[in-house]
Design a protein around this ligand. Structure first.
Ligand SMILES: Cc1ncc(COP(=O)(O)O)c(C=O)c1O
Length: 388
């Protein structure tokens, strides 16, 4: 059994989530539930591999080794049932910066980039900063706050000068693990309209019991597809800056590789590569236990809110460790409410930034005692807002 109950000593370590509480929110003592990383330790197998590499003092420029590529391919096969050629892997140093590279490499100024809102806000930021037009296909909020895709609108919007679609799978922040038929339908529509599908699957390992991730890599003959993956969310190693694009089509792969080479964009980070290889080689049991722990945390949130704040809705969490709470009943905007929550002692993300003002996002990847303490603050503060 791994330990998810002991907090990692993050305050004072430079951790954005902890050390920017004062400068970004004005409350240095608030409990942080915002940035999407975890507050327990990474797997011991990963930290041991990094410590071992550090002891050997080898930190020079690094290219992915055969063992690295095979470890990534092995994980993709074992965990996601996708048989990839290790040569399809293009290393990168983070998904968002790589998205920016991909948008600039494969589209032109003024081209449409489609996203499905509400969604992780850097998607629109990287497209807009490259001078691309952001086209929004809104998700539909259905029964029990479960979201689904509006395929009719997607079909229509993809025909409107869109050259690239970013699929967020599993979806941050609405917590959906898209079903096989949904992923296949997206791939089919992209193919129909000649749109490059970029599937951001950074959360693909974080799936709650009863759900199964279906990678876009299995959807269609993948010659117009880039799947973006990383060990960063799964194993809490985002600071090591290591991610992997999987690009089955040789022409596409070569084009991106040349584009990056020309601009001297390289990677991976040497310790990131060590951590990634160790995580994908030895991290399966830890990953499964983490999913169980997160499911327990999610159950605690649901139980507490149902008992104390029944007017606050909770979107079903199928994947990711980010819960999407419906605060519409307060009649207050999410920015205003998050400000109140911060003052009360808990930092959450406001839904407005993702495109839905009546919601807040709660990161539950923390020791249960921390979540419990945060929930007490949330219940008190939202209770006051609801006049309860
Ligand atoms: C969907 C999604 N993509 C990308 C990222 C960030 O990835 P990176 O740190 O590799 O840029 C996040 C982080 O929260 C995310 O939720």
């Amino acid at each position: 059994m791994y330990d998810f109950d002991t907090p990692a000593p993050r305050a004072g370590s430079g951790a954005i989530k902890w050390d920017l509480r004062e400068s970004a929110f004005g409350n240095k003592d608030a409990l942080p539930f915002w940035v999407a990383d975890s507050d327990y330790m990474s797997p011991p197998e990963v930290t041991a591999a990094v410590a071992d590499a550090a002891a050997r003092c080898v930190f020079g420029y690094t290219a992915p080794t055969k063992a690295y590529r095979e470890a990534v391919a092995g994980w993709v096969r074992a965990r996601h049932g996708w048989e990839i050629d290790p040569d399809w892997i293009v290393p990168s140093t983070g998904i968002v910066s790589e998205l920016s590279n991909i948008i600039r490499c494969f589209t032109k100024k003024g081209d449409g980039v489609l996203i499905q809102t509400p969604v992780y806000d850097p998607f629109s930021a990287v497209a807009e900063s490259a001078g691309r037009r952001v086209v929004k296909n809104r998700l539909i909020r259905g029964e029990g706050l479960r979201y689904s895709m509006n395929f009719e609108d997607l079909d229509h919007k993809l025909s409107d000068g869109v050259k690239l679609m970013i699929l967020c799978s599993p979806h941050n922040p609405v917590g959906r693990v898209w079903r096989e038929e949904e992923v296949r339908a997206v791939a089919h529509l992209c193919r129909k309209h000649g749109v490059l599908l970029v599937s951001d699957e950074i959360h693909w390992d974080i799936v709650m019991p009863g759900n199964a991730h279906f990678t876009a890599g299995l959807a269609e003959t993948p010659d117009d597809l880039i799947v973006l993956t990383a060990p960063s969310k799964t194993f809490n190693i985002a600071g090591l800056k290591c991610s992997n694009d999987i690009i089955p089509d040789e022409k596409l792969r070569e084009r991106l590789t040349r584009w990056k080479e020309k601009r001297h964009i390289d990677g991976p980070n040497s310790l990131g590569a060590v951590a990634c290889e160790a995580a994908y080689t030895h991290g399966a049991a830890w990953c499964s236990e983490q999913n169980d722990y997160l499911a327990g945390n999610a159950a605690l949130v649901r139980k507490t809110l149902a008992a104390c704040l029944p007017r606050v809705g909770v979107t079903p969490l199928e994947g990711t460790y980010l819960m999407w709470l419906d605060i519409c009943a307060t009649g207050l905007g999410s920015r205003f409410l998050c400000d109140r929550l911060t003052k009360a002692g808990a930092i959450l993300n406001d839904g407005w930034r993702y495109g839905d003002d009546g919601f807040v996002r709660l990161n539950i990847a923390c020791p249960r005692a921390q979540l419990q303490a945060g929930l007490e603050i949330i219940v008190r503060c939202l209770g006051e807002a609801l006049g309860a």
